[in-house]
Each structure stands twice: as C-alpha cells, then as structure tokens.
Design a protein around this ligand. Structure first.
Ligand code: NAD
Ligand code: MG
Length: 335
C-alpha cells in the first residue's frame, strides 16, 4: 500500500478525533470508499474505574530514587498492553527519567510507534533501565542507555551530544525526570534539599533544551512533564510544587519562542500516579496507603494510562498543538 494512501486515511480520521486515541485498530477505507475498521476486531470497552488497583495500598518505603520493580503492586507501564501503529516511525527521542514511571511508559510507547529511543536515569536505577532497554529492542528499535546525574550542567550537555551521536539525530525531547521529597514544614527543608529539587526540575530542563535546540529541525517536539501541583500545590511539597509551576510556565514561554521555528512545546500534567517517586520519599506513608483515593476515580493512575498523551504530543498529527498542558488526573485537579 502506498504511504500517501496511509497518510490520507490517517488525516481523514484525525478530523474525527481518532488521533487522540491510542489506536489499536488500523483504520481503512473499504472497497466502497467508506471509513471502516480493519482486523483485529475492536477491544471490549474497559471501565477505567475498575481497570487498575485501588487503595488501600501496602505501606512501603524505598531509598530515593526507588525502583519500579520493587513496588507492590507493580506499576503498569504498558509492557503487555501498548500496541503501536507507526505514528512515530523514523523519529529519534531522548527521554529523561526513562527507566520508570511516565518516562518508561513513553519509552515503550515511542519504540512501539517506530521511534529509536535514548533514556537517561540515575546509576542507582540501572536494574529498571535494563528492562526498558530490552523492551525498546524487543520493539525492533535502537535503544540507548545514558546514565548520569542531571544536576550537573556538563553532564546535561554530554547527555544530549551522546543521544544525538548514538541515535544519529534528535526530533523528540521528553524532559520528564524530577525530584520530589515531601517535607511537613518549610523549617525541615534544607538549602541542600531545595537546591537539589531546583537543579533537577528547573535547571536540567534548561540545560538539556539549550543543548538540544541546535539539533531540532522544524517538526520536532519538546514535551515537559509538569503536574497538577503547578496550580494546586500540596502543603508538604513547597519546593517541588513551585518547580512544576515553573515547568508549566516554561512550556508556554518556549512554545511562543519556538513556534516560528516549527518546534512544538507541550506539557503533560499528571495527577497521582503509581511510580517510584511516590514510594521513595515523595509521599508520606499515610498518603501512600490512601494514594489516589481522593480523586473522582478513587484510584491512582498508572503510567501506561499516560502513554497515549506523550505519543499524541510528539505525533505530527497534532501539528497545531503547542504551548498546551494536557492533564491526566482521574477527574481531579487542573493542568
Ligand atoms: P519516577 O521516579 O519513575 O521518575 C522520575 C525519574 O527522575 C527517575 O526515574 C529518575 O531517573 C529521574 N531523576 C531524578 N533525579 C535525577 C537526577 N538528579 N539525575 C537524573 N535523573 C533523575 O516517577 P514519575 O512519577 O514517573 O516521575 C516522572 C515525572 O512525572 C516527574 O517530572 C514528576 O514530577 C511527574 N509527576 C509525577 C506524579 C506522580 O504522582 N507520580 C504526578 C505529577 C507529576
Ligand atoms: Mg526511576
């Protein structure tokens, strides 16, 4: 089948809003020219309120930054469920925090959509990262592992250079890594703590995007992971929440700056999601046991449930969307 034909079918369907879904069924024009569905048959409807675990959760604590493989229950990053349909074929993506959580879900989805993927993570997360590298390779794509600490400007520059060198270019940058450590009082927050949060969540994206920009051609996409904390900060996340307000803000500023260059910049604003960040000091044990229970869906989200959003924001089908923040919070919060 001609590539042009495939494209025109996708364009037709995007007008119907189908591009928002993570397509598991390839749309086709029937012999008569009507829009129909090809095999395999549609998946049965799934109730999102009962699709994933609900609180109460087991009390659990890991040292920062934590491992997904040690969480109970294990998070779902789409390992068994995400099906691609060539939406990012030929693209080259760098994802920070790609070992676990939202970064891992994006890495799996991007690879299954046809992209080569480089991931960054802390050396302590090598075990999680190895699983992701194997999953990217299993999707038939190039997988690049670049461990290192993003609080170091020289490393951030090296990370981008390495990703460009090993991938042979760069089209998608997902700035997703972050540090979150709850503190009951501002009096318990040390200058070292505050500095580590600012370096990881604000300085690193600045350093990485600056280093990446000369490599990004028109059509490229930058995606930042922000949070509902940007607009509705928790009392015990004084430092973290303000970095997320900064993230939402830089997405909107950079989108205006880079739109004339054909580079889109968007954000994803999750609500409570079941990831290592929460079990390694991000939340109190009291909050963890009830995690996500106060959302209208009465449960936390799983990283896999955000994969389609990261794909959408990188997909050229969303070429007019820039400067947007896309929420995913089980009905609570504001992006
Ligand atoms: P996660 O722990 O799986 O991912 C965070 C990643 O950040 C880690 O895997 C780690 O590799 C990376 N990281 C932290 N400090 C680093 C450093 N100094 N150098 C290099 N890498 C470093 O947790 P997650 O929840 O998937 O977090 C991903 C993003 O989602 C973060 O930006 C976080 O703020 C955001 N977020 C999470 C939630 C939630 O409830 N889990 C809600 C809103 C926003
Ligand atoms: Mg991790």
């Amino acid at each position: 089948m001609l590539e042009e034909n495939k494209l025109s079918r996708r364009q037709i369907l995007s007008g119907l809003g189908a591009s928002l879904a993570v397509a598991t069924v390839g749309p086709v024009l029937s012999a008569e020219g009507a829009i129909g569905a090809a095999e395999p048959a549609a998946e049965p409807l799934k109730d999102p309120t009962t699709a994933y675990p609900k609180p109460p959760f087991k009390s659990q604590q890991q040292p920062w930054p934590g491992l997904a493989s040690k969480m109970e229950p294990l998070p779902d990053h789409g390992e068994k469920s995400y099906k691609g349909s060539g939406r990012l074929k030929g693209r080259k993506a760098l994802i920070t925090g790609g070992d676990s959580g939202m970064g891992r879900a994006a890495a799996i989805a991007y690879a299954r959509e046809g992209a080569d993927v480089a991931i960054n993570y802390l050396p302590a997360e090598e075990a999680d990262a190895k699983e992701v590298i194997a999953l990217i390779k299993a999707a038939g794509q190039k997988a690049v592992a670049i461990p290192g600490d993003l609080r170091d400007e020289a490393f951030c520059k090296k990370l981008v250079e390495e990703a460009v060198r090993q991938l042979g270019g760069l089209d998608i940058v997902v700035s997703n890594a972050a540090r979150q450590q709850q503190r009951q009082s501002i009096l318990d927050l040390s200058t070292e703590d505050f500095d580590a949060t600012m370096k990881t969540n604000i300085y690193a994206p600045f350093w990485i995007i600056k280093a990446a920009l000369p490599h990004l051609k028109p059509g490229s996409a930058i995606i930042g992971t922000t949070s509902e904390q940007a607009t509705d900060p928790s009392a015990d996340l004084y430092d973290y929440a303000q970095t997320k307000a900064a993230t939402t803000n830089y997405v909107r500023s950079l989108a205006k700056q880079l739109a004339p260059k054909g580079i889109r910049v968007n954000g994803v604003a999750p609500g409570p999601i079941w990831t290592p960040l929460q079990v390694s000091g991000g939340a109190t044990q009291e909050k963890l046991v009830k995690f996500g229970g106060d959302t209208p869906m009465k449960r936390p989200g799983q990283p896999a449930e955000l994969a389609g959003i990261y794909v959408l924001l990188a997909d050229p089908l969303a070429s007019y969307a820039t400067g947007q923040v896309y929420g995913s919070s089980g009905g609570a919060g504001m992006p």
